[in-house]
Design a protein around this ligand. Structure first.
Ligand code: NAD
Ligand code: UGA
Length: 476
């Protein structure tokens, strides 16, 4: 069933529940974070009315339809339970600001492409625009919550903008960063490791924090709700992403050492991960991290360190992104070297384009750079992915004519010299590789970026197998 444009709490009777007598939550920004996060709040807090607004009308229409704008396991069901009950999507940003008691801001915070700090500093134009929109439309006091990932002290800047007018309306700004990962967003939101809330140590700050805690307490145990200063909360978000990305770069740097020495990266990861002080998660070597946030957040941390006069700290974190790029270059170099130093005119099947499995998101996907490098070498690519083909087509649009987009991995592989696996979709582990091998050009190669396939079996079928961080299994 499709919904009509402009569904919103404005002009509608809000859902009034037992506890909060219909307190109105607004989220500005209906993206990968705003949509799922608000759907979970609406699902768990039937006593609140939740509206999500965006300037992107097409995105709002998609949230109102049966084909949501993002793919995320469990999201369709979550949204369908509460949409039009106490969850609404609307293009009317101004009207909904006026009505709201609590405003989450979940707009995009990309890296600046030009000007001062280009390539490192966060581009805060969307953020500041939102602050000014809140200021112009608010007629009653509001709690404003940073959901976007922002540099330390942004909440202070927002408070200054919000209190810069003539109006007597008061705003309390909190930081409540989001830790969900794409592909597991619904379960991450339902069972978060922690919810972090940063607020000021003033009466109004403590009151605002208590209001937000009350929302999360509908389903999150008290001991998992952590309250800190605003600055600690803002920095913790950048730090968490930097630490996670650092683990990926650490294991990827060791994968190069494994290939040079004959050690096996999966054995090494298991051996170090069994040390409970290290832990086994986030130690999968691969083609490098992608996604809209790791690179940007590390670069923003680098910029913050530089701005604080801490060049050594900046260099330390910058290296995490440099190893990430090195890993992608290394992967392509390995493909070329194995395929007799040329892929020119060869059909190469790319299995997976999303930056990780269970999402259609391709933002900063390593697949983009790897495919472009292979195209520059003259390869004819056939790109396959269960969810990301639309985005892949857009990402590779400048190579129109040189790339075929094919959802079916068997059709993609047919007639190819090589399979290049770039996303660890579970479905790829169950493919009939004997059938695939029969349809390919000899000698046939598999380059397994995520390292999830059964390499011995692939070798037995006839492939030359090149996993990351392991000795290749070749055939004479
Ligand atoms: P996104 O690009 O998917 O969504 C942002 C939305 O904000 C867009 O739809 C855009 O049209 C809208 N927007 C921008 N300016 C606006 C304005 N003035 N008024 C109304 N709408 C406006 O971004 P995202 O992936 O949801 O990320 C949002 C923030 O959350 C970022 O700071 C990101 O770092 C952070 N974050 C993202 C993830 C993730 O998994 N994607 C996880 C945790 C945190
Ligand atoms: C990451 C964090 O995990 C979230 O906590 C955070 O909220 C989010 O960033 C954000 O701020 O946007 P996400 O990027 O969606 O989430 O996905 P991850 O599971 O962290 O994977 C990121 C990248 O690292 C992917 O390309 C993935 O393939 C890669 N990765 C991850 C590895 O190469 N090896 C691993 O062991 C783990």
């Amino acid at each position: 069933m499709s919904r009509t444009k402009g569904d919103s709490i404005v002009g509608k009777k809000p859902a009034v529940g037992a506890g909060e007598k219909g307190k109105r939550i607004l989220c500005i920004g209906a993206g990968y974070v705003g949509g799922p996060t608000m759907a979970m709040i609406a699902r768990k807090c039937a006593d609140y009315t939740v509206t999500v607004v965006d300037v992107d009308a097409a995105r709002i229409r998609a949230w109102q339809s049966d084909k949501l704008p993002i793919y995320e396991p469990g999201l369709d069901e979550l949204v369908s339970v509460c949409r039009d009950r106490n969850l609404f999507f609307s293009e009317d940003v101004a009207g909904n600001i006026e009505q709201a008691d609590i405003i989450f801001v979940s707009v995009n915070t990309p890296t600046k492409k030009s000007g001062h700090g280009a390539g490192r500093a966060p581009d805060l134009q969307y953020w500041e625009k939102t602050a000014r929109e809140i200021l112009s439309n608010a007629k009653t006091d509001k709690i404003v919550i940073e959901k976007s990932t922002l540099p330390v002290r942004t909440a202070g800047a927002m408070a200054r903008i919000l209190h810069s007018g003539e109006s007597s309306v008061r705003f309390e700004v909190l930081s409540n960063p989001e830790f969900l990962a794409e592909g597991t967003a619904v379960s991450d939101l339902e069972l978060p490791d922690r919810v972090l809330i940063g607020g000021r140590e003033t009466d109004s700050g403590r009151h605002a924090v208590a209001e937000l805690v009350k929302i999360y307490r509908h389903w999150v145990p008290e001991e998992r709700i952590l309250t800190t200063s605003v600055w600690s909360s803002e920095l913790s978000k950048l730090a968490a992403n930097a630490f996670l990305a650092q683990r990926v770069s650490s294991i990827n740097s060791l994968s190069a050492v494994c290939e040079a020495t004959g050690a096996d990266i999966q054995e090494v990861a298991k051996a170090i991960g069994m040390d409970t002080r290290i832990g086994g998660k986030f130690l999968n070597a691969g083609i490098g991290f992608g996604g809209s946030c790791f690179k940007k957040d590390i670069l923003h941390l680098v910029y913050l360190c530089e701005s604080c006069g801490l060049p050594e700290a900046a260099d330390y974190w910058r290296q995490v992104t440099e190893i990430n790029e090195y890993q992608q270059r290394r992967f392509v170099a390995g493909i070329l070297s194995a395929m007799f130093n040329t892929v020119a005119g060869k059909r190469v099947a790319i299995l997976g384009f999303a930056f990780k499995p269970d999402t259609g998101d391709t933002r900063e996907s390593p697949a983009i750079g790897i495919c472009k490098r292979l195209l520059e070498e003259g390869a004819d690519l056939v790109v396959s992915d269960p969810q990301a083909l639309e985005n892949a087509e857009r990402d590779l649009s400048e190579w129109e004519g040189k790339v075929i987009f094919e959802k079916d991995p068997y059709k993609a592989a047919s007639g190819s010299h090589a399979l290049v696996v770039l996303t660890g979709w579970k479905a790829y582990e169950g493919l009939d590789f004997a059938r695939i091998y029969d349809s390919m050009v000899r000698p046939s190669f598999v380059f397994d970026g995520p390292g999830k396939l059964n390499h011995r079996e692939l070798h037995e079928v006839g492939f030359n197998v090149y996993p990351i961080g392991k000795t290749p299994l070749t055939r004479s």
